[in-house]
Design a binder for this molecule. Sequence first.
Ligand code: NI
Ligand code: MN
Length: 227
Amino acid sequence: MTIHIKFFGHSAFEINYKDYLILIDPFITNNPDANVDIKNLKPNDILVTHAHADHLGDAIPISKSTGATISTIFETANYCEKRGANAQGVNIGSSVTFEWGKATWLPAAHSSSTVDGVYGGCASGILLEIDDVKIYHAGDTGLTYELKMIGEVYKPDVALLPVGGFYTMGPKEALIAVKWLGCKTLVPMHYNTFPAIECDIEKLKTSIESSTSCKCVVLRPNQSFKY
Ligand code: NI
Ligand code: MN
């Protein structure tokens, strides 16, 4: 069964499997690359790696208008619930079963707070298991040995990794992360949205593909690919 992975720019993705739509880190408003009206987003579930505004994004209004549940780290989930969203709090190591598959929250080396300064709990990455395909969204992590653990234990097929540097790992670290994760496909994210995270993505693609067997799929905003 085909899985469609759509990129809205930055770290925002929509995963489509059968009739299910899963949004991850839906930063749409204020995302200069996103070209979609949030009214047209009708997810079954919203998964959020951490509370920073460029990740929690429009999760609360989308949950309020569609009823979709936001699954995220406990403190961030509480914040969402207090603002009228449906949310369920998870933590590092949590695995949640959904109608479309399973999601597991994994460690990320990063921080987490909301736009108004509320502590968001720890930052995370999320592994989705859908029909035997494992898709790992790394959130905003820096390079950490946890990625080696994730490669050994969870063996992701597709890795969505931040590559823009400054707030997260950069291209040099992303190459090491790909080796540790052992993923077959890399989709770079969290680059070129803002001047601080500019990245020569063709150079990164060449470096990944010349030194690993991983294919680097560069998605333009609003483009998707099938897996
Ligand atoms: Ni962040
Ligand atoms: Mn970020």
